[in-house]
Design a protein around this ligand. Structure first.
Ligand SMILES: Cc1cc2nc3c(=O)[nH]c(=O)nc-3n(C[C@H](O)[C@H](O)[C@H](O)COP(=O)(O)OP(=O)(O)OC[C@H]3O[C@@H](n4cnc5c(N)ncnc54)[C@H](O)[C@@H]3O)c2cc1C
Ligand SMILES: *[C@@H]1O[C@H](CO)[C@@H](O)[C@H](O)[C@H]1NC(C)=O
Ligand SMILES: *[C@@H]1O[C@H](CO)[C@@H](O)[C@H](O)[C@H]1NC(C)=O
Ligand SMILES: *[C@@H]1O[C@H](CO)[C@@H](O)[C@H](O)[C@H]1NC(C)=O
Ligand SMILES: *[C@@H]1O[C@H](CO)[C@@H](O)[C@H](O)[C@H]1NC(C)=O
Ligand SMILES: *[C@@H]1O[C@H](CO)[C@@H](O)[C@H](O)[C@H]1NC(C)=O
Ligand SMILES: *[C@@H]1O[C@H](CO)[C@@H](O)[C@H](O)[C@H]1NC(C)=O
Length: 509
C-alpha cells in the first residue's frame, strides 16, 4: 500500500498546487487584442515631465489634479493618454468603463490629495487593486480612478513572541505572498494567484485550504476615509472607529481606501492540494463525496476551457480536488486508499495543466480577459449542498464550453458552510445563468442572508444584497457616520440611509 501510494504520488506531483476555484480559461485572443490597444508595460513608463507637458486635453481639471499630485503622482487624462493605460483586468467589460482621470500614485499623500480633489470638484471616484473581479466594481466611467498598485507591493513579515504577521501594500497579490512567505507560514488565500490580497481580505475572503475567512486574520488597517484623512484601525479602537473597523472586514471599499494592511499568519505550512482528473460521472462522484474524511477535504471542479486544449477533454472532464490535512505519508496513503475504495478512476494519461497566469504581465499572454463574467456562488447547509450542486450541474452541462463549475471542497463540520460556484464568461451564457438562478430561486435561495461570499455577485446590482450583507442595516448606519454623502458609491455596496442630515460631513473620530 505505502509503495503504491509513493509511486502514485510521484506521478501526480505535477498536478498539485495549481490554481483552483473560479479560475481563468485559455485563448480569448480577440478579447485580449481589444484591450491591447494599450501599450506594452515599458510603453507606459513615460517620463512624468513628458506626460505633464503633453497634458493638452481640454479638461481644465486635468492640470489642477496633475499639479496637486506633482511630482509623485502620474495622471492620465483624455483619450490619447487613456489609450496608454494597461487595463490588466479579468473582465473585459471593465475596460469599457473609461475614467475621466487615471491616477498612478506613489505616495499615500497622492491618494489623500485625489480624494480631496474629487470631493471639491464633484468628480466620482473609483479605485482598483489587482483588477480581479467579476463585476468591475473597481471602475466607474467618467470617474477619477486610482490605480493603487503603484503605491507598492512590499510585504514585510514581523515576528513577535513566535507569532508572525505580514504587513502589505495595495499592489500585493497571492503570487507575491507565496513568493515572500517562508514555507513554515501560511495564510487564507483564494485560488487564483493573480487576485489582489487586499480586495479579497477586505471583503471576506474564502479559501480552499483553510477553514477560516481571510478577514478574521486582519490585525491592522491603514485607511483613507471619505474626508481624506489617513487613519489606523485595529481591535483597540473605540466608538465610531470601532464601527468602521468592523465594516472594513466585509465591505471595505464602501468605506475607504486601504493603503497598508497587516494580517496574522498561520504558524504552519500550507495544506497540500491535489487536483486529479477523473473518468467517473458527476452523479457518481457526487454520491461518494463525503462531508469530511480523516485525511482532509474533497471537492469537485470542471473547467474544460482551462484544463484542456480544444477537443481533448479527458474522461468525464471532472477533477477531484483534495486538500490534505497534513503532509505525512500516512495521510497521503489514506487519501489514495479512499480513491481506490470508491472505485474512482484517475485519468493517468493526463498532462500537466497549462501554466496559470499569476501576474498582470502574464494576463497579456492570452488567458484574460474574459468577454464578460457572471458568477453564482452560495454557501448551503450540509443537508442542502448536494441538491443545489446537482441542480447547477444540470445548467452547467449545457454550457461547459463557456462556464466553469466548482463544488467545495466540503470542509466537514467547520462553521463555515460548503459552497458551490458556477461562472460563465460569454454574454449569452452569463445571461442564461442569471435567468436560471432566478427561475430556480426556490432551491438556490440566491438572496438567503449570509449565503453568498462578498464580491462574487451575479452582477453589479444590489438585488441579492442579503446574501452578501446580512448585517446591511448596521453597515448602513456606519456608512452614515463615515461617508454620509456616499462618496465611495458602489451599486452593490453599502449606502447611507436615514442619516441625521446635520451630519453632512463625516465626523472626525
Ligand atoms: C478568477 C477569480 C477567482 C477568485 N477566487 C476567489 C476565491 O477563491 N475566494 C474569494 O474569496 N474570492 C475570490 N475571488 C474574488 C476576489 O477575491 C474579489 O473579486 C477581490 O475583491 C479582488 O480583488 P482585486 O484587488 O484583485 O480586484 P479589484 O477589482 O482591483 O478590486 C476589487 C474591489 O476591492 C476594492 N479594493 C481593492 N483594493 C482596495 C484597497 N486597497 N482598499 C479598499 N478597497 C480596495 C476595489 O475598489 C473593488 O471594489 C475571485 C475572483 C476572480 C475573478
Ligand atoms: C500648474 O503648475 C504649473 C507649473 O508650476 C503652472 O504654470 C500652472 O499655472 C499650474 N496650473 C494650474 C491650473 O494651477
Ligand atoms: C457619479 O455617480 C453617480 C452614481 O452612480 C451617477 O448618478 C452620476 O451620474 C455620476 N456622475 C458623473 C459625472 O459621472
Ligand atoms: C506600508 O507600511 C510600511 C511599513 O510600515 C511602510 O514602509 C510603507 O511605506 C507603507 N506603504 C504605504 C503605501 O503606506
Ligand atoms: C519597497 O519596495 C521598493 C521598491 O518597490 C523598495 O525600493 C523599498 O526599499 C521597499 N521597502 C521596504 C521597506 O522593503
Ligand atoms: C510555531 O511553530 C514552531 C514549530 O512548529 C513552534 O516551535 C513555535 O512555538 C510556534 N509558535 C507559536 C507562537 O505557536
Ligand atoms: C468575514 O467575512 C464573512 C463573509 O462576508 C462574514 O460572514 C464574517 O462576518 C466576516 N468576519 C468578520 C470578523 O468580520
Amino acid at each position: 500500500m505505502m509503495f503504491f501510494a509513493a509511486a502514485f504520488l510521484a506521478a501526480w506531483s505535477l498536478v498539485t498546487a495549481t490554481c483552483a476555484g473560479e479560475c481563468p480559461s485559455g485563448g480569448e485572443e480577440d478579447a485580449v487584442e481589444m484591450l491591447q490597444a494599450h501599450l506594452t508595460h515599458e510603453g507606459r513608463l513615460h517620463e512624468d515631465a513628458e506626460i505633464r507637458g503633453a497634458g493638452l486635453t481640454d479638461d481644465p481639471l486635468c492640470e489642477i489634479l496633475r499639479n496637486a499630485t506633482w511630482p509623485t503622482g502620474r495622471v492620465l487624462c483624455g483619450d490619447a493618454q487613456m489609450q496608454t493605460y494597461g487595463w490588466d483586468v479579468y473582465n473585459q467589460e471593465c475596460a469599457g468603463l473609461t475614467p475621466r482621470f487615471l491616477l498612478e500614485p506613489q505616495t499615500v499623500q497622492d491618494v489623500q490629495t485625489a480624494v480631496k480633489f474629487a470631493r471639491e470638484h464633484q468628480v466620482n471616484i473609483s479605485f482598483r487593486g489587482s483588477g480581479h473581479t467579476y463585476d468591475c466594481v473597481a471602475f466607474k466611467a467618467g470617474s477619477l480612478n486610482i490605480d493603487l498598485r503603484t503605491l507598492g507591493s512590499n510585504v514585510t513579515i514581523s515576528y513577535s513572541g513566535g507569532s508572525a504577521t505580514a504587513k502589505m501594500e495595495p499592489g500585493v497579490n497571492f503570487a507575491k505572498m507565496f513568493a515572500t512567505l517562508p514555507s513554515t507560514l501560511s495564510f487564507t488565500h483564494g485560488t487564483c494567484e493573480s487576485v489582489g490580497v487586499m480586495g479579497y481580505t477586505l471583503h471576506g475572503g474564502w479559501g480552499a485550504t483553510t477553514s477560516t475567512w481571510a478577514n478574521e486574520s486582519i490585525v491592522e488597517i491603514e485607511v483613507i476615509t471619505a474626508d481624506g484623512e489617513l487613519r489606523t484601525l485595529n481591535a483597540a479602537n473605540q466608538g465610531n472607529e470601532a464601527k468602521l473597523w468592523d465594516a472594513m472586514h466585509v465591505a471595505a471599499s464602501s468605506f475607504g481606501i486601504v493603503t497598508n494592511l497587516t494580517i496574522q499568519l498561520f504558524n504552519h505550512s500550507e495544506r497540500s492540494f491535489w487536483f486529479l482528473p477523473v473518468l467517473n460521472s458527476f452523479d457518481y462522484l457526487l454520491s461518494v463525496l463525503p462531508d469530511e474524511t480523516s485525511f482532509g477535504w474533497i471537492g469537485l471542479a470542471r473547467w474544460d476551457s482551462v484544463f484542456y486544449q480544444k477537443n481533448t477533454i479527458l474522461g468525464s472532464g471532472w477533477f477531484l480536488q483534495i486538500v490534505l490535512k497534513d503532509d505525512s505519508m500516512w495521510t497521503k496513503a489514506k487519501a489514495v486508499a479512499w480513491i481506490m475504495s470508491k472505485l474512482i478512476i484517475i485519468g493517468i494519461t493526463y498532462q500537466s495543466p497549462y501554466s496559470f497566469p499569476s501576474s498582470a504581465e502574464t494576463w497579456d499572454l492570452g488567458r484574460y480577459p474574459f468577454q464578460t463574467a457572471s458568477v453564482f456562488t452560495r454557501f448551503y447547509p450540509r443537508t442542502e449542498i448536494r441538491g443545489a450542486a446537482k441542480l447547477l450541474e444540470g445548467f452547467f452541462a449545457q454550457h461547459a464550453a463557456d462556464c466553469r463549475y466548482n463544488l467545495g471542497p466540503i470542509q466537514g463540520t467547520a462553521p463555515r458552510l460548503p459552497l458551490v460556484t458556477v461562472e460563465c464568461n460569454t454574454p449569452s451564457s452569463a445571461e442564461l445563468l442569471k435567468q436560471f438562478v432566478k427561475e430556480n430561486s426556490n432551491v438556490l435561495q440566491p438572496n438567503r442572508p449570509g449565503s453568498g461570499y462578498i464580491k462574487l455577485p451575479l452582477d453589479g446590482s444590489s438585488s441579492y444584497r442579503q446574501a452578501y450583507f446580512p448585517q446591511y442595516a448596521q453597515l448602513s448606519a456606519t456608512k452614515c457616520i463615515w461617508d454620509p454623502t456616499d462618496f465611495f458609491f458602489l451599486e452593490n455596496g453599502i449606502h447611507p440611509s436615514g442619516c441625521d442630515s446635520a451630519r453632512a460631513e463625516p465626523v472626525k473620530k
